[in-house]
Each structure stands twice: as structure tokens, then as C-alpha cells.
Design a protein around this ligand. Structure first.
Ligand code: FES
Length: 272
């Protein structure tokens, strides 16, 4: 919500003050479990992704053209031969991620996502940690000031994320490769599932739902948009699940490509 700290709390009818309850919360269920598991899950993912992004190796399988999404597109002059589908126009300094063109936008897309906002406001900032549990801070200004005012930019990051999903789709298509020509292995299935899930998460975005069906006075006059909006709405109610599923598929895809590129495992091949 965007209720300001200056807004007086609603008083009960009759003008009496709120009940003076000393207890921090009267909830007796495990309300702390969701914030806790969110902190653990998001922290683990961010640590894994950071290590991988700055590892600068094991992101490309030359034999099968598998490229991990964490290095797509690979645009520094340090990128392995063949892994750069869009040129190498950035210097390969260690602080610059090899996918420096896309990672900042993906980070901002997720950081400003309506679901992740709810998740980290509740878990990392305890603002508030759960319904009927007091805010962990004295004041509350919602998203009315800098820097949280910037959350409004989410709608623009959506367009960037859609373009990046196209790039990931292109990577998945190029990966149907073997030294003999066409190839198909377990890595292809993993890359494809990841891309389908990324599209599902991106399309289920609240901004996307508004772009598709918002600002219309009469759905009856826009049957195509109504149909598309119905589909996006179906996905939209699953946005939280898709947010977590895509964290899982991204990490799994990256790990699989790393394991094959490092020679820890062999790709299970069905064709060539
Ligand atoms: Fe989550 Fe847009 S609301 S990606």
C-alpha cells in the first residue's frame, strides 16, 4: 500500500482510542515462516548468481552450443570463441559481467517486480513482516519518495525483459547443435523449459497485464485484447509461483551448463 506515515490511523467508531495491547502480536501461528524462508531462498540465489557471474568460465559448451542465461549475450572481449552472438564490444575487466548488456535490466526487472517487492519488504525490511504484526520501523512512507518512487519504472523494465526473453529463446534454438550439425540432448530440454518458464513469468507481469487489457472502456469492443487479457490474467494469479520457479530453472540451467562445460558430467544425447 502507499498509505503515508502522516495519515492518521483509523479510529474505531465512537471515537475511542485503540486498545492498549502490550503484546507485539496476538498471532500464534507460524507467521514468521514465510519471511524467513524468503530471506533464505533469495539470499542463497543471489550468492549463487553473484559467484557464477564473476567466475567468467564454464558458461559455454562449444560442442553443443549451450550458453548459460547468466552469460547471454556474451559481449566482452574475454568471451569464449563462438559464445558471442551479438559481438564483443565491452572490455573484459573482471568487474564487468560478460552479460553486462542484459543483467542490470534483469536485476531491475526482478527488483521492481510487484511480487518481489512484497517479498523483500516483508522479509528483509520487516515492513511489515506479516498481517497483524507490527512494522519493524518507526515511520512508513510507502513508495512515495526516492528511492522507492523508482519502483514505478517497472513497466519500462518489462519491455527490456521481454527483449531479453527473445534473446534467451534464440540461445535455446541455436543450442540444437552437435559437431555433426543438428543435435538434441538433455541440455536442450533444460534450456527450453527455462525459456518457457521465463516467458510465463514475463507475460504474467502485472505491467504486461495492464499493457494488454488496461485503459479500455469496453472489452466487448476489443475481443482480441480481452482474450489475451484473460490469458495473461490466468498466468498473473500464478506470478509468485512463476517468480520462484524461474529462479529455480535459471539456477538449474546455469548449473547444468557449468557441469557439462567443466567436464564434470557428459550431456545425455538423444540425437548426435
Ligand atoms: Fe512481477 Fe512485473 S510484476 S515481473
Amino acid at each position: 500500500t502507499t498509505t503515508s506515515a502522516r495519515t492518521p490511523r483509523p479510529q474505531p467508531r465512537g471515537g475511542r482510542a485503540r486498545a492498549a495491547i502490550a503484546a507485539k502480536t496476538l498471532r500464534t501461528d507460524r507467521w514468521w515462516f514465510a519471511p524467513l524462508i524468503t530471506v533464505v531462498g533469495l539470499s542463497a540465489w543471489v550468492i549463487y548468481a553473484t559467484v557464477r557471474v564473476f567466475m567468467h568460465k564454464w558458461y559455454w559448451v562449444e560442442q553443443y552450443h549451450y550458453l548459460t542465461p547468466f552469460y547471454s549475450p556474451c559481449v566482452t572481449d574475454r568471451c569464449v570463441e563462438g559464445s558471442s552472438h551479438f559481438g564483443q564490444f565491452l572490455p573484459g575487466w573482471w568487474i564487468i559481467p560478460d552479460a553486462a548488456l542484459t543483467l542490470p535490466f534483469l536485476l531491475l526487472f526482478r527488483l521492481t517486480c510487484y511480487y518481489y517487492r512484497k517479498a523483500y519488504y516483508r522479509s528483509f525490511w520487516l515492513s511489515p513482516p506479516a498481517c497483524a504484526v507490527p512494522d519493524g520501523h518507526q515511520s512508513y512512507s510507502g513508495e512515495t519518495r526516492f528511492p522507492l518512487l523508482g519502483q514505478n519504472l517497472h513497466r519500462y523494465f518489462f519491455y527490456a525483459a521481454a527483449i531479453i526473453s527473445l534473446i534467451n529463446t534464440w540461445d535455446a534454438i541455436l543450442a540444437f547443435h552437435s559437431p555433426e550439425g543438428f543435435g538434441f540432448g538433455l541440455g536442450n530440454i533444460i534450456l527450453l523449459v527455462n525459456v518457457v518458464m521465463l516467458w510465463a513469468y514475463t507475460i504474467s507481469c502485472h505491467s504486461c497485464r495492464h499493457i494488454i487489457g488496461g485503459r479500455l472502456k469496453h472489452f466487448s469492443k476489443h475481443p482480441m485484447r480481452y482474450k489475451a487479457w484473460t490469458g495473461v490474467s490466468w498466468l498473473n494469479v500464478r506470478h509468485m509461483q512463476l517468480a520462484w520457479i524461474t529462479l529455480g530453472t535459471l539456477a538449474l540451467t546455469d548449473f547444468y551448463v557449468m557441469a557439462v562445460a567443466a567436464g564434470w558430467i557428459n550431456d545425455l544425447r538423444f540425437i548426435n
